[in-house]
Design a protein around this ligand. Structure first.
Ligand SMILES: [Fe+2]
Length: 310
């Protein structure tokens, strides 16, 4: 038996759930979200640390390592230990000498944005508009906004397997073999419609590189086999082969299911937080409550497999 396995179910907040060789996980949310204690990410994780991190990620879908002090190079190395990194097409916001790392920030230098300003404004999973969406995302908190002692700019996560499990049998049967279209072009249009698009229009070359794709509405997790809901407010535009009105109604029903608070873990950031999440198991949303108070994070995404239905 793998000595690093910690497969205890979520019972309550702040419950110690696993311990091995000086590492431990502490649950933070409803079945998703766990802090890992006892690991300091330097140039690379050793075999035991990497095994513990992988298992915790598989068990808890979102993992948090606090009080880290790492360089962009070290963040890239850490992320590479978990998967193959994708170079973002928004390369204008890449960290210098680290093309796989993007800056997420509202900071401007000489009037010019230093990073992506509108990332995560709608519920989504990263890169679902690609044939091979991101399996994991690694986000590192460098500058975290506060107002009057309150932390701002939370990231919310919802459990896509928890939301699926709680559906009625009739709904599960209805969506079992349906597919839905995911579109980055439609995503930008949705943001523009509500007036919060903060990025330059895509070039024709970028548009050509981002054709719409379709994916199963219920996706089988590639590692643990859990059925996960895979439609997002941000990027899913229609159910394939379904009349538009019926499709809109079904998608809204599933989105409502996903944002039920019982499935959500809200992460309150601290400088030095290093978070990894599983984009199949959770969907996420950035909270924009900090205005011009500076916020800066570095992000990396790992290429996942082609989503497979149940
Ligand atoms: Fe995201």
């Amino acid at each position: 038996m793998n000595q690093f396995i910690s497969t205890h179910p979520a019972k309550s907040n702040n419950t110690q759930t696993g311990r091995a060789d000086g590492f431990e996980t502490v649950l933070l949310g409803p079945g998703i979200g766990a802090q890992i204690k006892g690991i300091q990410v330097g140039d690379s994780l050793n075999v035991q640390e990497l095994a513990f991190v992988r298992q915790a990620l598989n068990d808890h879908s979102v993992i948090i390592l606090r009080d880290q002090d790492i360089t962009p190079f070290q963040q890239t190395n850490f992320a590479k230990q978990l998967g193959d990194l994708r170079v973002s097409f928004y390369n204008r916001y890449a960290v210098p000498d680290q093309p796989e790392l993007s800056v997420v920030s509202n900071i401007k230098k000489d009037g010019v944005a230093i990073g992506i300003e509108d990332a995560g404004m709608l519920w989504h999973t990263d890169a679902s508009y690609l044939k091979t969406p991101d399996m994991y995302t690694v986000l590192y908190g460098i500058e975290i906004p506060h107002r009057e002692g309150k932390v701002l700019g939370n990231t919310l996560f919802t459990s896509s397997w928890g939301a699926y499990d709680a559906l009625s049998n009739a709904m599960k049967a209805k969506i079992a073999h349906l597919r839905a279209k995911h579109s980055f072009i439609d995503h930008l249009a949705k943001k523009a419609k509500v007036g919060n698009l903060k990025r330059a229009p895509l070039t024709e070359k970028q548009k050509a590189e981002l054709p719409d794709v379709d994916h199963p509405i219920v996706r089988k997790h590639p590692f643990n086999g859990r059925p996960c809901l895979f439609v997002t407010e941000g990027h899913t535009s229609e159910v394939v082969g379904m009349p538009r009105q019926e499709s809109d109604e079904l998608l809204h029903q599933l989105w409502e299911q996903l944002i039920n608070p019982v499935f959500i873990y809200a992460h309150s950031w601290r400088k030095g937080d290093l978070i990894v999440w599983d984009n199949c198991a959770v969907h996420h949303l950035a909270v924009f409550d900090y205005g011009d108070i500076p916020r800066k994070l570095h992000r990396a995404g790992m290429i996942g497999p082609v989503p497979v239905g149940i």
